[in-house]
Design a protein around this ligand. Structure first.
Ligand SMILES: *[C@@H]1O[C@H](CO)[C@@H](O)[C@H](O)[C@H]1NC(C)=O
Ligand SMILES: *[C@@H]1O[C@H](CO)[C@@H](O)[C@H](O)[C@H]1NC(C)=O
Length: 160
């Protein structure tokens, strides 16, 4: 695994592309790993439209967040209660997604680094069973989080 996989961006670009992230694809059997830069346009001014990501439902903390929002005691007609619960749910999910999905992108970078470290150790000592299982574990972790992220991005690009 080479050390050439770096992308550079200047501060101005980063500030206007806060949602940009770099995806590294697992190298599989190749000695090269594909990189993908996912950028998005600068944030529009004004309130951001609410977007729901299917991948949210895979998060452990998703259902408790929904339940909490839905359990709110609101009085009024059925229509009024429904409208208010939906509004509450929207606010709760916006908050929840900032707390969960943001760190997920950091976790991907972190897991990628752990995977690289595990693979480098394994390359130095290819028959070590401890290192073999460590590499396998790191690869599964990395791939599962990556696929969650990718499904979110697909969902997002369909909506844009
Ligand atoms: C809804 O109505 C019930 C009974 O009329 C009352 O006890 C409760 O405090 C009300 N809840 C809210 C949020 O207004
Ligand atoms: C395998 O690698 C680990 C971590 O580097 C090391 O602690 C352990 O002694 C190695 N096992 C063998 C059998 O070489």
């Amino acid at each position: 695994m080479g050390r050439l996989d770096r992308l550079m961006a200047n501060g101005a670009w980063l500030l206007t592309h806060l949602e940009a992230l770099v995806l590294y694809h697992p190298y599989g059997l190749s000695d090269h790993s594909a990189m993908q830069l996912v950028s998005s346009p600068p944030f529009p001014s004004g309130p951001k439209p609410f977007k729901f990501f299917n991948a949210w439902t895979l998060e452990e903390s998703f259902l408790p967040a929904v339940r909490e929002a839905w359990a709110m005691n609101i009085n009024g007609s059925a229509m009024f209660r429904l409208a208010n619960k939906l509004k509450t749910l929207k606010v709760v999910l916006k908050k929840w997604s900032r707390g969960v999905v943001g760190p997920m992108q950091d976790n991907i970078q972190q897991l990628r680094r752990s995977l690289e470290a595990a693979q480098e150790s394994l390359q130095r000592d290819p028959l070590n069973s401890t290192l073999i299982s460590r590499e396998t574990r790191e690869r599964i972790l990395y791939k599962s989080l990556l696929s969650r992220e990718v499904s979110m991005i697909r969902h997002k690009s369909r909506q844009n």
